[in-house]
Design a binder for this molecule. Structure first.
Ligand SMILES: Nc1ncnc2c1ncn2[C@@H]1O[C@H](COP(=O)(O)OP(=O)(O)OP(=O)(O)O)[C@@H](O)[C@H]1O
Ligand SMILES: [Mg+2]
Length: 500
């Protein structure tokens, strides 16, 4: 080896039963580079991470770290050598403060020697730990939120906190599994800048993500996987033009079908002057918004702007402190979440919230809990037409699905109740570009069949392409509203949300 290779993956294979999630995969990561691992949902990217970082044993092949054969070593042994990872699904302690999360990460690592020098000098212990925690949080831009409960952070901020937790372990090689999930273009671009600063501090980075614009701009090289195999490898500009990559991952053509225009119809959802508070924080302040029958309405805004709170208030999952919500003309004050579902509402939450210990089929049938058995058979058929991948995996535990497959399951389950109004919180989160476009097309088709949709989506390009109307929300207030086509051409929207 050249001596510049930090990680070498050689003919790696990992099978589940007869199914090879990773098949004969070889690649390397060079010292000081940022290598991107991309590929369609279920390609085997996370499984590769799991094997490399010791969370899964390989069925065959080798992993070398700085020349040493580390195949099959346990995660803590690898972490001690400087190999540290984050997880696709956020694993912060939501009841602890942001700073305490870092502190705990440091303590856990202390067994492996990380805070040891610090704890070796009891007199300075506290202030030294605090100093290091503060330094890490300043580094990642969460300094101002140090005292906040981690669970109260917006999804994108929690992803940054995950990176901070990994930094507390002082990695030499940092492996990030979808760090930009749940971020819009400007946020993911800022997070990529952070990764560059981390690299400039001497850390080598291997990163999985589906935000192609950000990955192509920020990675030195890309490795593309499909069906467990390496499909392509090279400089981003070359790789994204390879026909096989375009076909498997990016999809041809960039425009999704715009939905047919709709005549002015009655409101399915009418939200007026809504107020929601969490302790001292006013998450929504006099927010008003309408979804008419037959419309797709997009709600666009940065992390923490109040989008998820609005959907949760409509579903009855957070108490409102003022204002009024009407579903199909009925005031929802005092109406339980279950009764709202019976009234025609379905909510596909952010972060999926599937039941990991139940099978795919059991999860889907839960979505149809209130319907006749015959009806659920036809609903199932409908969902399997939308997502054939789920039909192949009906008896697999939902928790072992890939990230994108779990997202398909969450959307499928929401559609199972045949709703009149579908609330979608980031449906393309974690989906490959091709599949994200397919989901968008699916929404347009469902909408043509009479379903009204309120769509929260970080991929503002996609959301504004398929929506009839859109609202921009900032700090709990509607800042801008209008036909989606107009907002697409609005300069401030372009700058902040479209990555232009
Ligand atoms: N324990 C398991 N049993 C059966 N199949 C599994 C198991 N774990 C993973 N798989 C399958 O292996 C394939 C690869 O999954 P993996 O999580 O590596 O994909 P991925 O490339 O990370 O996809 P995504 O971008 O959607 O996260 C998937 O089809 C998944 O369903
Ligand atoms: Mg994955």
């Amino acid at each position: 080896m050249s001596g510049r290779e930090v990680l070498q993956v050689e003919e790696l294979t990992r099978s589940f039963g007869g199914f090879a999630a990773v098949a004969d995969l070889s690649f390397h990561v060079e010292e000081g580079e940022i290598l991107g691992l991309v590929g369609p949902n279920g390609a085997g990217k996370t499984t590769t991470f799991n094997v490399v970082t010791g969370f899964l044993k390989p069925s065959g092949g080798k992993v070398r770290f700085r020349g040493e054969d580390v195949t099959g070593l346990a995660p803590h042994a690898l972490a001690r050598r400087g190999m540290v990872r984050t997880f696709q699904h956020t694993r912060v302690f939501s009841d602890l403060s942001v700073a305490d999360n870092i502190r705990v990460a440091g303590h856990l690592r202390e067994r492996g020697g990380i805070w040891r020098s610090v704890f070796g000098s009891p007199g300075n212990e506290r202030s030294a730990v605090q100093g290091r925690v503060r330094e890490i949080l300043e580094r990642v831009g969460l300094g101002a939120l140090a005292g906040n409960r981690a669970g109260s952070l917006a999804y994108g901020e929690q992803r940054i906190l995950e990176i901070a937790l990994a930094l507390a372990a002082q990695p030499q090689l940092l492996l990030l599994d979808e760090p930009f999930a749940g971020m819009n273009e400007s946020e993911s671009s800022a997070a990529m800048d952070l990764i560059h600063r981390i690299r400039d501090d001497g850390v080598t980075v291997l990163v999985i993500d589906h935000h192609m614009q950000t990955m192509a701009r920020g990675c030195d090289r890309l490795v593309v996987m499909d069906h467990g195999l390496k499909l392509a490898e090279g400089r981003p500009a070359d790789v994204v033009n390879e026909p096989a990559v375009v076909e498997a991952y990016l999809g041809a053509g960039s425009d999704v079908t715009a939905p047919a225009t709709v005549a002015q119809a009655e409101a399915v959802l009418d939200v007026s002057e809504l107020d929601v508070r969490y302790d001292r924080v006013r998450a929504l302040r006099g927010t008003s918004l309408t979804v008419r029958r037959g419309e797709i309405v997009a709600l666009v805004g940065a992390n923490g702007a109040g989008k998820t709170t609005l959907l949760r208030a409509v579903s009855g999952l957070v108490p409102v402190t003022g204002g009024r919500i009407e579903l199909l003309g009925r005031n929802l004050a005092g109406v339980s979440p279950v009764a709202r579902v019976r009234g025609g509402l379905a909510h596909c939450p952010e972060g999926r919230e599937i039941f990991p210990r139940m099978t795919v089929l059991e999860n889907l049938l839960l979505g149809a809990a209130d319907r006749e058995p015959d009806a659920s058979a036809s609903e199932l058929e409908h969902v399997f037409r939308l997502f054939p991948r789920l039909e192949e995996r009906t008896s697999q535990f939902a928790g072992s699905l890939s990230g994108g497959e779990q997202q398909m399951l969450a959307i499928g389950r929401a559609v199972m109740s045949r709703p009149k109004l579908l609330l979608l919180d980031e449906p393309t989160l974690g989906l490959s570009p091709l599949l994200a476009r397919e989901v968008a097309e699916t929404l347009v088709r469902l909408n043509a069949g009479g379903l009204s949709v309120l769509l929260v989506e970080q991929n503002a390009v996609l959301a504004l392409a398929i929506a009839h109307r859109a609202y921009v929300i900032e700090n709990g207030r509607i800042a801008l509203a209008g036909p989606a086509a107009e907002l697409r051409n609005d300069e401030s929207v372009k700058r902040v949300y479209l990555g232009a």
